[in-house]
Design a protein around this ligand. Structure first.
Ligand code: PLP
Length: 370
């Protein structure tokens, strides 16, 4: 099998990630933040270590403000519904994933107003186009760091400066950039990311980072193992967001994934394999690759006269895993001009070799030549 769907979730995982799950389930097994016996304390310790390692990776000043969710979608929902009130305005871009698009649409059902900044045909959002949409009602700017369709990387730091100038909150969706390109989140207000993509953890993990000083309501209410006598949620992080038993085996795995990235410095290898894929695709006549060469590892294409779903199906028969269609981002396809049939997406990861790309593209060429 040649796996080229790392933008959906990374595979394979580092050995340490796999052992973390089995070690947790065979040697620890206790719920974090609940008991005071040794294995329960060890379980809590894993959680703290994971927060610390993520904080190190992203230069986040306060690890306790990183909360665990079940995926990036939950983190995005928590950020939007925790800060936006009826009457507030949200600005998003035309490159957003449905996790942002649908939750901000739901916010409009609850009385907020949505404004959309249109990106260029390569998927880049001009920060000034966001600034032009700001009004005195704008509460939140929510922007994708890097597109899951075209890999286009947005200048989130310029957007952050604009937002700070106008005293507006920002939420960056780092789902396609966390663990793929270096990120300095030290000045971010809020950031959401998956644990199972570039950070190499397992499915069922994601995170929301909320800067100190931001007032936010939790998405879930329930037991935290702390201040149990009170009917209210604890007002401190991370407990405010940790209602219910957490996915401790998943967090143990995520911790190892993040340590792997810190140890191996994966960025250059991923960038190189992505450039190799991009250049190889650009050399195939009849193939169009929307976006820019400098990108994260989502490389979507269209091939003249071909349905991406047909090609993905044919590639699957040869053991090559790629994704076709709209990739949960219809607005992005409208922006890139690929809404009609969507795209065929190749997304390599840290473990992808050039030989994998060569084999996949040989099969691809055979299909379109036939
Ligand atoms: C840009 C982007 N945002 C959000 C998500 C949602 O991530 P999750 O599946 O972890 O909720 C994805 C998943 O593909 C994504 O690519």
């Amino acid at each position: 099998m040649i796996y080229l769907d790392n933008a959906a979730t990374t595979f394979p995982k580092p050995d340490a990630v796999i052992s973390a799950v089995t070690d947790f389930l065979t040697k620890c097994g206790a719920s974090p933040g609940r008991g005071s016996y040794d294995s329960a304390l060890h379980s809590s310790e894993i959680l703290f270590r994971c927060q610390e390692n993520i904080a190190t990776l992203f230069s986040i000043p306060s690890p306790e403000r990183i909360v665990f969710t079940k995926n990036a979608t939950e983190a995005i929902n928590a950020a939007i519904f925790g800060t936006v009130l009826p009457g507030d305005e949200i600005i998003i871009s035309s490159m957003e994933h449905n996790s942002v698009m649908r939750s901000s649409h739901e916010a409009t059902v609850r009385g907020a107003k949505l404004k959309i900044a249109h990106a260029s045909p390569t998927g880049k959002v001009d920060p000034s186009s966001i600034e032009r949409l700001i009004s005195n009602k704008t509460k939140l700017i929510c922007l994708i760091h890097s597109s899951n369709v075209s890999g286009t990387i947005n200048d989130i730091h310029s957007v952050l400066s604009i937002a700070k100038k106008h005293n507006i909150l920002t939420l960056f969706d780092l789902s396609q950039s966390a663990g793929i390109i270096p990120i300095d989140a030290s000045l971010f207000d809020m950031a959401a990311f998956s644990g199972h993509k570039g950070l190499m953890g397992t499915m069922g993990t994601g995170c929301l980072y909320v800067r100190e000083g931001i007032s936010i309501k939790p998405l879930l209410y329930g037991g935290t193992g702390s201040y149990s006598e009170s009917a209210r949620m604890p007002d401190f992080f991370p407990d405010l967001f940790h209602a219910g038993t957490l996915n401790a085996p998943g967090i143990a795995a995520l911790n190892e994934g993040v340590k792997f990235i810190l140890r191996e410095g994966v960025y250059e290898k991923e960038a190189e394999i992505t450039r190799y894929l991009y250049d190889s695709l650009m050399n195939i006549p009849s193939v169009t690759v929307p976006g820019e060469r400098e990108r994260t590892s989502a490389v979507s294409i269209t091939a003249k006269g071909f349905d991406p779903i047909f090609i993905a199906h044919e590639l699957n028969r040869e053991g090559i895993c790629v994704r076709a269609g709209l990739h949960c981002a219809p607005l992005a396809h409208r922006t890139l001009g690929t809404i009609e049939k969507g795209t065929l997406r190749f997304s390599p990861g840290f473990f992808t070799e050039k030989a994998d790309i060569d084999i996949a593209l040989m099969s691809f060429k055979k299909i379109i030549e036939k």
